[in-house]
Write a protein that binds this ligand. Sequence first.
Ligand code: TPP
Length: 321
Amino acid sequence: METYGKELLKTFYYKMVKIRKFEETIERYFLDGEIPGFVHLYIGEEAIATGVCANLNDKDYIASTHRGHGHTIAKGADLNRVMAEIFGRKTGFCKGKGGSMHIADFSVGMLGANGVVGGGFNLATGAALAIKKQHKDNVSVVFFGDGSSNRGTFHEALNLASVWKLPVIYVCENNQWASTTPYKTTTSVEDISKRAAGYNMPSKIVDGNDVFAVYEGFKEALEYTKAGNGPFFLEAKTYRIKGHFVGDPELYRTKEEVQEVYDNNNPIDRFEEKVLGEKLLTQEELDEIKNKVETEIKEALEFAMNSDFPDPSEIYEDLYV
Ligand SMILES: Cc1ncc(C[n+]2csc(CCOP(=O)(O)OP(=O)(O)O)c2C)c(N)n1
């Protein structure tokens, strides 16, 4: 393992706790009927967005999924506007007309969550084509679930990215479930990354619940891609701790299965144990970060709650660019 400075360690913790607390807050308000539409939570997968985005800057692009809050927060989008969008308020990124699955913040390179499973592949690959055509040195990243790797868009995008040697990194979040379906019952390979070989693309598997492993695995991908070699495939093994969406009765798996992961393979607990055990950070430093996050979430909630809903007369605005 490489040596980590305190600032980076604090960033890891800050981002993971921010995502976790944000998602817990959204869950509560959704169940109280305060949030319209649908929400899919990223709880348990925080180390992936955090470890990947810690390697990126605002000029790099990411394309996200229906489970996109964590990616958005990790990429540095303004929390107030993320919250406002989910609450359907005018001050949100899509003026409250998109909601959870349509959050985008181009100012930090976040090209968008996506209600279409597999919708991010071609967006991110297209962005990588633009980077290449413009001779820039940034990269494009797409986060996607194991289930979406069975869509045609996955195969089309990987093929062209490889042929054209595009600066794009495919980050598979293999959380072992696609809605109600265990991925092993629908997917021809156990490791999704095996599919990269079919497109002549190097790949790597990392423990997606270990932020250090994700950070280092992605760094390797970035170095490869930035050197002009073309795309790279990173598979992060993880687990979806919450239901597919908030309100999912989860009749397809046992509570014990989920609890086992929550208790023994929780990315935030694992990080705390490591940094405290190896005396890399103190309990006071962790508490300070947790308090900062609590304050930010509270402020974002106030911002959202005090914002107006869009006026029905605006419904046809912003449909075309
Ligand atoms: C094109 C398309 N097909 C089906 C759906 C319905 N759907 C929403 S999420 C989902 C499962 C996605 O599984 P995966 O890609 O593994 O992501 P995860 O939910 O596990 O993060 C499905 C089938 C959809 N939104 N879009």
